[in-house]
Design a protein around this ligand. Structure first.
Ligand code: KG4
Ligand code: ZN
Length: 340
């Protein structure tokens, strides 16, 4: 049971294929965190099927919210506000969360908080590292986005670099599919790569113009696909583990190099934060940690459960919106193409 002065936020996330809800008290104590994943449902199609995803959210949202409230030992009367992802994401999936959050907040007579999913990923870091100090450089790498972002304060940020084509996670997913590994690609590539030689294939690293902090992964993706197709046409065997390891190393090398480039331009920044599903990648974490070893930059990343989509990060971003009085209107709608 939460006290009357506590700020109790229910966070709801339904932007893609996870139905998730979490209760966060005073921006610190995560009282519950429920994630209902649809991965098994979509796996046989090799990726998320939007229509199925929204139907699954409809089936699970009520239970997921009820479980989150029960586990946190709170009811609607204890809640200060409801935070919900309103974009970016799949429109049908987003709509389920937005409609549910709106109805519940309206009925409970409490504010509704509209959260940008990408900001949510970054705010996952504040859950486990509440003492983070601005300015913070954030490398956000997910299934749909790859960005270098300078955070000067809460919700006060500048996008320094973005992908010009595929997102890093998208590249992992497409290559995993081409290699006959599973969905989602990141964890499967990582597993295969652990058994392979990252030097086996010489793959391109798109660094773009010398000063640019933008990313490009489509050339790398094409190079991997060409390697596979050429070998198949010649009837040659390709070691999938070696190719996965070489691909993973190429992605990580570019992410690390661009992050280093950004840090070199920003001597005032003493904190680097990773965010998004690709932040779960062990090689990326280790490579960045190695680069920063012995320096004065604090390097943080969320625990594995908080890297991929979850309601806790939405509740965390919601907490800061709430204390700023930044409430959403009852007209809040899903914005599938919402950006930073
Ligand atoms: O943040 P997220 O859960 O959803 C989006 O907002 O897109 O990110 C999902 C992405 C997928 O592309 C998935 O393959 C990737 O994160 N991912 C990983 C790993 N775990 C998940 N990529 C590389 N290594 C991983 N261990
Ligand atoms: Zn996400």
């Amino acid at each position: 049971m939460a006290g009357t002065k506590d700020i109790v936020i229910l966070g709801i996330e339904t932007s893609c294929d996870e139905t998730s809800a979490a209760v966060l008290v005073n921006g610190k104590e995560l009282k519950s965190h429920i994630i209902s994943s649809q991965i098994e449902t979509h796996r046989k199609y090799g990726g998320v099927v939007p229509e199925i995803a929204s139907r699954e959210h409809c089936l699970h949202i009520k239970n997921v919210v009820e479980q989150a409230l029960t586990q946190a030992e709170v009811d609607f009367n204890d809640l200060s506000a409801i935070a919900v992802t309103y974009g970016p994401g799949l429109v049908g999936s987003l709509l389920v969360g937005v409609a549910a959050a709106k109805a519940m907040a309206y009925a409970a007579g409490i504010p509704l908080l509209g959260i940008n999913h990408l900001e949510g990923h970054v705010y996952a870091n504040f859950l486990e590292h509440p003492d983070l100090e601005f300015p913070i450089l954030c490398l956000l790498a997910s299934g749909g986005h790859t960005n270098l972002i300078l955070f000067k304060g809460h919700f006060d940020y500048e996008v320094l670099g973005k992908t010009r084509d595929d997102a890093a996670g998208e590249a992992f997913d497409k290559i995993a599919r081409a290699l006959g590994l599973g969905y989602p690609g990141g964890p499967y590539i990582q597993k295969a790569a652990a058994r392979g030689n990252p030097k086996a294939f010489n793959l391109p690293r798109a660094m773009l113009e010398a000063e640019s902090l933008d990313f490009s992964f489509s050339g790398l993706k094409s190079a991997v696909l060409n390697t596979l197709n050429t070998a198949r046409m010649k009837g040659e065997h390709v070691d999938i583990n070696d190719l996965a390891a070489s691909f993973q190393e190429a992605v990580v090398e570019v992410l690390v190099a661009k992050t280093k480039r950004a840090l070199a331009k920003l001597p005032q920044v003493k904190t680097l934060a990773l965010a998004g599903g690709v932040a779960a990648n062990t090689l990326l974490r280790e490579a960045l940690a190695k680069e920063l070893e012995g320096g004065d930059i604090r390097f943080v990343y969320p625990s594995l459960k908080l890297c991929t989509d979850n309601g806790a990060m939405i509740a965390m971003a919601g907490y800061y919106h709430f204390i700023k009085g930044n409430y959403a209107s009852w007209k809040l709608n899903a914005v599938p193409g919402l950006n930073l």
